[in-house]
Write a protein that binds this ligand. Sequence first.
Ligand SMILES: Nc1nc2c(c(=O)[nH]1)N[C@H]1C(S)=C(S)[C@@H](COP(=O)(O)OP(=O)(O)OC[C@H]3O[C@@H](n4cnc5c(=O)[nH]c(N)nc54)[C@H](O)[C@@H]3O)O[C@H]1N2
Ligand SMILES: Nc1nc2c(c(=O)[nH]1)N[C@H]1C(S)=C(S)[C@@H](COP(=O)(O)OP(=O)(O)OC[C@H]3O[C@@H](n4cnc5c(=O)[nH]c(N)nc54)[C@H](O)[C@@H]3O)O[C@H]1N2
Ligand SMILES: [Mo]
Length: 780
Amino acid sequence: MDNKPKKQLHKQADAEPPYKLLSLRTGKQKDWAAGLPGVTNAIKSLISDKALVRGGKALFKMNQFDGFDCPSCGWPDPDDERSPIGEYCENGVKALSEEATSKKITTDFFKNNSVYDLSQLSDYEIGHLGRLSEPMYLPKNGTHYEPISWKNAFNKIAEHLNKLESPNNAAFYTSGRTSNEASFAYQLFVREFGTNNFPDCSNMCHETSGYTLGTITGVGKGTATLKDFYDTDVIMIIGQNPGTNSPRMLSALEKGKKNGAKIIAVNPLPEAGLLGFKDPQKISGILGKDVQLADLYLPVKINGDLALLKAIEQILLKFEKENPGNVFDQEFIKNKTTGYETLIKEIENYNLEELANSSGVSLEQIQLAAEMLATKKRIIICWGMGLTQQPNGVDILKEILNLLFLKGSIGKPGAGSCPVRGHSNVQGNRTMLINNHPTKEQLDKLEEVFGFNPPRESGYDVVDTIKAMNEGKVKVHFSMGGNFLSATPDTNYTAAGMRQLDLSVCVSTKLNRTHLIHGKEALILPTISKSELDIIDDELQYTSAENAMGIVEWSKGVLKPISNNLINETHIVCLMAKATLGDKTVVDWDRYMNSYDAVRDDIEKCIPGFENFNIRVKQKGGFYLPNAARDGNFNSKEFGSRVPFSITSLPKNTLAADEYLMATVRTHDQFNTTIYGLDDRYRGVYNERRVIFMSKTDIEKAGFKNGDKVDLFNYDNNTERVAPLFIIVEYPIPEKNTVTYFPEANVLVSIHNTVKGSNMPASKHVKIKIQKHNPFYLNK
Ligand SMILES: Nc1nc2c(c(=O)[nH]1)N[C@H]1C(S)=C(S)[C@@H](COP(=O)(O)OP(=O)(O)OC[C@H]3O[C@@H](n4cnc5c(=O)[nH]c(N)nc54)[C@H](O)[C@@H]3O)O[C@H]1N2
Ligand SMILES: Nc1nc2c(c(=O)[nH]1)N[C@H]1C(S)=C(S)[C@@H](COP(=O)(O)OP(=O)(O)OC[C@H]3O[C@@H](n4cnc5c(=O)[nH]c(N)nc54)[C@H](O)[C@@H]3O)O[C@H]1N2
Ligand SMILES: [Mo]
């Protein structure tokens, strides 16, 4: 057999999926989420790809006490009752069938398809090729990936890392699925190698939350627990789409409502999962009885949240003056905060009508919201990407904290902050020290326990890494999971940076575009997934993860791995460390390779809250990590034990007559850059992803029609960015606001458009212009 790859002219792979339209169908938007269609759709997705046997078996073990952690979102599992048929939602099933598919990509497939050819597939098609099953290597000037032995792969990595002028010429990315054990070993290797360059998916996700909460309260995590949702007065859900992105949250909301809670939803889009709910796990839900969720829906303008919060505070202040002590928690304010007087003066300075105008919400509706909050003491405020990805996201979150502090709604049952995390272990990755800004205490501890000198200066985050690659300062890029190219902003700029690398390495379960937009040499290292058995020396291993509410629980896969040639993430780290550091290392990597218990023992030595880790992680339901802010004990570096009221200022959102604000969101059929399907059922959009939602008025004013083909432009920093060939979909959305899907629209998100303070890409606040489609722009 001819083993040589097919010869063909070297063509550079495309950083974006083909600009091809499918055939859009639109239908009615839904006003409730989950229920029977949810279950049927989920089961359909299990049957497709013949994943039924593998996926179906695994389903019953997902999120069970002795099972594995769902690979989808980070919403916690109930710690009392769990459904005997599995604790999952429609999108959890889709995530599972995506990774538990029986299809796999073999070395022959890579031999027959060049990297360029693969780039001509859509992301949906690439994802449906199946699981990666062998380590692959792309040589310099190569057109096709070739098989490589694991040993040679680790030697290549070592060779490249060791010839760098400085360890800071390498960057080590982490996506949020990596277990605590693999993450801890990973950061240990990277720091022993000598850098803090840890770009991670948090840098695009909840960095804004971690930064703000950490600065103000001393703990960079939320405070509300699942139990708090069951017994509370008001739940506000701002800039988050739980029906699609954390469907199991709907059960908690329903339970809270049953016990008397009111829900206020704040979102430019009337998302189905905010309005109503049918629980697919319950007979009443399956039969179609839906529960109304939001008692009040506030259609805020994109970035109008700060004005809205200030308006609510002003009305509450008026109530407080009429009824002293009955609206604000004066005791909390007196004992736990600073800056109350200044805040009050500041709130009073605003003109209420102007605030309402800039928020986009009518004064009557704002009044209703304030009335719902006025006499209530237990308030939970949840938020998602709608806030964290705004340029002034830090200020918006500070204003949320102002409101919680005025109401004394933090540090007590039934109340608190709830940044709804994304990836299933994104919070755990940070706890395990995947952090480009480690604290002195954390580094001192590593030094004390392991005896090497960890680098002390801060490293690169995602945005810094992309810039550094373009400036030639990062030459090796290693990805522990994820899809760096497609998840990051300014796709063409990022691609230009990736192409300058000497080596790009991805530890992955599935093929994605980051494998195709590579360094001069590239490696794909296939790994086992969460649902698969992880066996070392005949002994089944388990890993652990921390959910969005700070509970650490174990996870044990149940399926036979898709291939015999996969290595689990922890072993990949250890083998890479041994190859790179050789005799110099002070860490006993073999100990970690023999059993994850050894890694957990060292985590216990280095990270507070993990006492008796190996014993407690096996407890039913896991254990809570300490969270002083949850107990009402604040201890921030800057402010000490009293939390400050923050003075924030309103953003100047000026748009030219032909400019619009664009937010990029997820459809119901994707997990980040993994495209499960082509529909966005709840929003009534089928079989197309290149769509832009616009209001009826804007469509008419601009002289367009519903269904018109358009090109989208961004001109930040004097650079023209184009996303050609989108279809206008008329949608109930505030004027001058538009919505597109991520990752297709990432090409428009400028690398310079970032969140002040957290340096996250501001992917929900992109200034665009819209023009009638011109085929000229289809040439890449
Ligand atoms: N099925 C599925 N589950 C997922 C994911 C997935 O892709 N698919 N991703 C996971 C990850 S990593 C994350 S971080 C989470 C993300 O979950 P979400 O935070 O829900 O993410 P998005 O879909 O980006 O959009 C959030 C919402 O913000 C709203 N929005 C936009 N701009 C504004 C604004 O200015 N103000 C307000 N108030 N709202 C605004 C949008 O209309 C949208 O409803 O989900 C996680 N879970
Ligand atoms: N414009 C815009 N951009 C955004 C966002 C947005 O709202 N708008 N959201 C941002 C957010 S919140 C996030 S979190 C990031 C997500 O960024 P990433 O986490 O980088 O992206 P994912 O699409 O989740 O990564 C999918 C890939 O992970 C790999 N994978 C899956 N499971 C495993 C596993 O168990 N182990 C390993 N090693 N690999 C695995 C597969 O190969 C798969 O192709 O994107 C960000 N980008
Ligand atoms: Mo995320």
